[in-house]
Design a protein around this ligand. Structure first.
Ligand code: NAP
Ligand code: MG
Length: 483
């Protein structure tokens, strides 16, 4: 096997090596090393923050369509390399190749979308009460912003943070997750190749406790955008608030799909399996609870178990594989632990529930797609995020009971309902406590043109994506002009 490539950090327009490195290993195949990454030091983070501070005035002074032109170039570079980038994503994160292609294309679309926003960045202009006064407010960038990313959408999430920050005129420190840093590295490389001036984009790899923490502490940083788990989000929030940094947190979920008795059952089964099992259940918007109206419960259970059993687990590079590996040993152990816990709590294991080690699967972190029935609202499997291909089926007496159970969680990221009843659909839209809601679709699978984010413990601060993404990355300057 050829020697893996080495990936240094990107600071002030230069590729900076470090003598401390870490391996990015394929979660489907421990023999496959995707790359050797350089661990940044706290001093590297500080020099990246200083480079971003120095680069800010000139970048902010560009006309925003000129910044948009760079973003179009980034999108073109990514699109030209789509197949290779998708392969790398599957190798480092484990999702299937079609999923990886879809995500890479989404990053291309995100860069194009925000490139287009460059020529539409809206201000406010209203009439004054006074004669001969012209009053308006324009958006201004914040300065240096820090972005801390998870591993599960290793390209799209860094893209949906980076593109709006840049187009608004900020300079950026990007930290990809240690478990899947290459896709983020490729975005930085594309920014470099597109000719974005030095210091505007800086990419720093290394652990959250060291590099992430140093980003939150770095003097020039004005805002932190974080996506990841609730505990880490809370730690960052406490630190960032003490420094009065602007902050945006997107975190976990325990997302419900409600299934009413009148639904199209074929579609409901397909939507539930899609949302629960695809991407190995490692989507923040994945369905982990399906709340089923009594009358259709038994038939649905039988069919969802059959559909889950039919899924093919394996290396996502192989055609025909539906479900790839868990990201790492820790996540595999978490899946296993929660399945054992659910059984101890009295849920019934209908299928799955095992770590898979047969043949080539022994080289990866594979877990059998799992369905539990008899899950009740106070069980930990009904309340805590597992982040694996594990679905709990819950039985409810009627629509109101479905809604009560669905809302009985600290989280509020996504939710779905499967029904043909228009009145119920609107009651659900009005009453469900979640930021992203779907009807007769999977709970996961959102687009970039509308706001993205949750409610309750899942999220904090302004939403990401769509035109409102600019709210987090800008401030208003208000002008009263007498003439
Ligand atoms: P995580 O463990 O919270 O890590 C997220 C990022 O924070 C990583 O880059 C991590 O670095 C860094 N980090 C860890 N400790 C830190 C600290 N003390 N200070 C600063 N940064 C720190 O989450 P994950 O395991 O990567 O991702 C899975 C979680 O993300 C799930 O809970 C999922 O629901 C959530 N998620 C939410 C959304 C959403 O939009 N709501 C989207 C995707 C995922 P290292 O890993 O490199 O150490
Ligand atoms: Mg990896």
């Amino acid at each position: 096997m050829s020697k893996p490539n080495s990936y240094p950090n990107y600071i002030d327009g230069e590729w900076i090596s470090s003598d401390r490195q870490f391996l990015n290993v394929n979660p489907a195949d421990s023999d496959d090393c995707v790359g050797i990454f350089h661990k940044a030091t706290r001093a590297d983070v500080d020099s990246a923050a200083e480079a971003a501070r120095k680069a800010f005035p000139a970048w902010a002074a560009l006309a925003s369509p000129a910044r948009g032109a760079y973003l179009y170039k980034v999108a073109d570079i990514l699109e030209r390399n789509l197949d290779e980038l998708a392969q790398e994503m599957t190798r480092e994160e484990g999702k299937t190749l079609p999923e990886a292609k879809g995500e890479t294309m989404r990053s291309v679309n995100i860069f194009r979308y925000f490139a287009g926003e460059a020529s539409r960045i809206p201000g406010i202009q209203v009439p004054s009460e006074r004669d001969r006064v012209f009053m308006y407010a324009v958006r201004r960038p914040l300065g240096v912003v820090a972005q801390i990313n998870p591993w599960n959408f290793p390209s799209a999430i860094p893209a949906w943070k980076l593109a709006p920050a840049l187009v608004a005129g900020n300079t950026v420190l990007v930290k990809p997750a240690t478990a899947a840093p290459l896709c983020g590295w490729r975005l930085a490389e594309a920014c470099h190749k597109a000719g974005i001036p030095r210091g505007v984009v800086n990419l720093i790899c290394g652990s959250g406790s060291e590099v992430g923490d140093a980003m939150v502490e770095a003097g020039p940083v004005k805002a932190i955008s974080f996506t990841g788990s609730v505990p880490v989000g809370q730690t960052i929030h406490a630190k960032a608030s003490a420094r009065r940094l602007r902050i945006q947190l997107e975190m976990g979920g325990k997302n419900p799909t409600i299934l009413l008795a009148d639904a199209d059952l074929d579609k409901a089964v397909a939507n539930t399996v899609n949302a629960a099992m695809f991407s190995t259940g490692q989507k923040c918007t994945a369905t982990s609870r399906v709340i089923v109206e009594d009358g259709v419960h038994d038939e649905f259970l039988e069919r969802v178990v059959a559909a889950t059993r039919a899924l093919r687990v394996g290396n996502g590079l192989e055609p025909g594989v539906d479900v790839g590996p868990a990201i790492d040993q820790a996540q595999l152990d978490t899946n296993d632990r929660y399945c054992q816990l659910a059984e101890r709590e009295g849920a019934k294991l209908e299928c799955g529930g095992r770590v898979l080690t047969e043949g080539p699967l022994a080289k990866g972190f594979f877990f059998e797609p799992t369905v539990f029935s008899g899950v009740t609202e106070d069980m930990r499997i009904a309340q805590e995020e597992v982040f694996g291909p594990v679905l709990g089926v819950m039985c409810a007496s009627d629509f109101d009971d479905c809604m009560r159970i669905a809302n009985k969680t600290e989280f509020g990221l996504s939710a779905s309902i499967q029904t043909r009843d228009v009145s119920r659909i609107f009651e659900y839209i009005n009453g469900i406590e979640a930021g992203l809601i779907t009807v007769n679709l999977p709970s996961a699978g959102v687009e970039y043109q509308l706001p993205f984010g949750g409610s309750k413990e899942s999220s904090f601060g302004p939403k990401e994506q769509g035109p409102v993404a600019l709210d987090f990355y800008t401030d208003f300057k208000t002008v009263y002009l007498g003439y």
